[in-house]
Design a protein around this ligand. Sequence first.
Ligand code: 13P
Length: 256
Amino acid sequence: MARNKLIIANWKMNFDMHQSSIFLHKLSTKIGIYNNIDIILSPSIFTLQSLSLQVNHNQFKLAAQNFYWRDQGAFTGEVAISQLRGIVQYALVGHSERRNIFHESDKDIRAKVAAAIRNDIRPILCIGETSDERNHGETSLVLNDQLVGGLANVSSEDIEKVVIAYEPVWAIGSGDNADPEQVQKAVKMIRTQVKHLYGEKVAKNIQVVYGGSVQPESAVDYMAVPGVDGLLVGGASLNLEKFEQIVQKIDNKVNK
Ligand code: 13P
């Protein structure tokens, strides 16, 4: 069975409540409802609950940008993924901004992946090399370490709930987007590594998306890369026209 396409909008720390609500409203009038494309919005955590009441769940899914892996307890300032059940269907885990700015380790990341699965929320595990690592020929090693580290607690029954996002750190927010051949090579490495961990069928079925300076002009080229099932969009997802164009172009490619 063909894997669903995913277009994920990571709004990062942008938009207040009012702006998020208006943006969602405008977007919902501009794009359709697709059977084979999941449009996933990942807004700031404090807007999630009210957006989940506003959103047409057939049109959009919601994702958390972050959460703590324990289900409850004395953890001042944290939000448990168990508190987001019924609100989000997905959660980003291991984004390079979490790894690099907030020093999340592979141990934290694997606990979060497991916590998401335990709470029936699909983790989107973000992995990717820095430019130094790429220049030193370490891309495969880094991807392997991050995959093994992030997936260590995931059983073979659960593995297909995980989405892998390949986001080279040097391509994030830089305008220096990876070229499709680089993405193809990295995605092939990822599927090969998944095959070693979980076997051929999982390596074929698992959804892998690309993120890093995606724009309307490059979206279709990335989607044409063999093994790429979708896009994780940052900056361009904050611009109504650009995000709408990305969705329309993917719809045209997938459905027309
Ligand atoms: P940009 O699209 O702004 O490069 O961000 C990518 C990203 O980090 C999505 O998670």
